[in-house]
Ligand binder design. Structure first.
Ligand code: V47
Ligand code: SF4
Length: 392
């Protein structure tokens, strides 16, 4: 049990007579583990300065996880970038009529990707892509069961609620029926994509034609009912305002109170290369760090907060470890294109275990390899790496 005496820096900040009264109340609430209201979430965005937010978020992070920072060994399969939807921020997708500009992998081609990892200690495959009109539920059930049969030790995490909504409607199945089918075929958990910003005023501007907030939340709820864990994302730093961010987090926090099925909240920074929102400037690093800190303070029932390094870049991701983040995702092995195509500094995202562990150690944290559902595999705090391993 930690007390305020364990965090003298926070105590000093809260004693400062110049501190805004509302922020002082929030600080006291955080110290006594009380839930913040939406108005308080908004005040943190509007008035909280970086040092204040960081100190509080770090306190919460230490209270929940000590110095541990998690990562995993994973790779992605992106079955296609052909997509029936037209999200304005997406640099990755191609419409069906332009499908010769994109890719469409067969089950055999995807199995060849899995076979590349024969004998390697990866623990998770993350399957996500565009919404292809011809890749249906049966196709993906076949893919899942083939991977499961070939490599039963690999955790199968796949499909955003956007992909599932389309798949289930096309198969004329209810959400519960569709989800059960995928679960039986081997799907073990779901990533958090497709959430973007839930508020309809923003959603209609950036992704008007895909599943809405209620549909997204319903699908995650169905997965939770089956005992599956899922993640939740928020695409930030474009046309949304602070209130839209709080509204987004509030909806997730409410569902989590009901189901406790979410593992991780993952803010995704909007990147503006080669998409229909390229005129919208990207957020500053200060804004990024503030957002992570507010998210840690607001999402009090989400066990984990992840900075997804292929999107944020490894340097900023390392900084977030002082602003509430306790997870960096995985080794990736250059198997995702969503962020490199949108202009991330990580054009060939791949880090080996040594590089990820050192990134975490440089930030004064303990690197712990985890599996998808946060069972701890190995603590790398004391492990010595060779120069060759660190060079990658
Ligand atoms: O929903 C698309 C985002 C998401 C851009 O659950 C963009 O562990 C920024 O959800 N700029 C899909 N973001 C990826 C995703 C994800 C990634 C890593 C880990 C997990 C997890 C989930 O990618 C989409 C959308 O929000 N995205 N385009 C862009 N230009
Ligand atoms: Fe399609 Fe996803 Fe891109 Fe939207 S973000 S256009 S759903 S691939």
């Amino acid at each position: 049990m930690t007390t305020r005496n364990d965090f003298p820096a926070v105590d000093i900040l809260l004693q400062d007579t110049r501190l805004d009264k509302g922020l002082k109340i929030i600080g006291e609430k955080v110290l006594s583990s009380e839930r913040l209201t939406p108005e308080e979430g908004l005040l943190l965005f509007e008035k909280g300065e970086l040092g204040f937010l960081g100190a509080l978020a770090n306190l919460v992070r230490v209270r929940m996880h000590g110095d541990k920072t998690y990562f995993n060994r994973n790779f992605h399969i992106e079955p296609t970038n052909v997509c029936v939807f037209t999200c304005k921020f997406c640099s990755y997708s191609r419409l069906y009529k332009n499908r010769e500009e994109g890719w469409e992998l067969s089950i055999d081609e995807m199995m060849d990707i899995v076979k590349k990892y024969d004998g390697q200690p990866v623990t998770e495959v993350h399957i996500v892509g565009g919404v292809h009109p011809k890749m249906n539920l049966d196709f993906f059930c076949e893919l899942l069961s083939k991977i499961r049969d070939y490599r039963p030790d690999l955790h199968l995490k796949g499909f955003t609620a956007v992909e599932l909504d389309y798949m289930f409607r096309k198969a004329k199945l209810t959400i519960d029926e569709g989800m059960r089918k995928l679960h039986e075929a081997g799907l073990q958990s779901m990533p958090g994509g497709g959430a973007e910003i839930f508020h309809p005023d923003v959603r209609v501007q950036i992704s008007h034609d895909k599943v809405d907030a209620e549909g997204w939340l319903e699908i995650h709820k169905a997965a939770h009912k089956l005992g599956m864990h899922t993640n939740a994302t928020m695409l930030y730093g474009h046309v949304e305002n602070y209130w839209h961010r709080v509204d987004h987090m509030e909806r997730l926090r409410n569902l989590q109170d009901e189901t406790h099925g979410f593992n991780t909240f993952i803010p995704l920074k909007f990147r503006n290369k080669d998409n229909e929102m390229s005129h919208v400037p990207e957020s500053s690093i200060i804004e990024d760090l503030k957002l992570y800190a507010v998210a840690r303070l607001y999402m009090d029932n989400f066990p984990h907060l992840k900075a997804y390094w292929p999107m944020l870049g490894r340097n900023t991701a390392q900084l977030t470890l002082s602003f509430g983040v306790n997870d960096l995702d995985g080794t990736i092995d250059d198997t995702t294109k969503i962020y490199s195509m949108a202009g991330s500094e990580e054009q060939t995202p791949s880090m080996n275990t040594a590089q990820l562990a050192m990134l975490i150690r440089q930030a004064g944290r303990r690197p712990v390899e985890r599996d998808t559902v946060y069972n701890e595999i190995k603590d790398y705090t004391e492990v010595e790496f060779t120069e060759e391993e660190l060079a990658g």
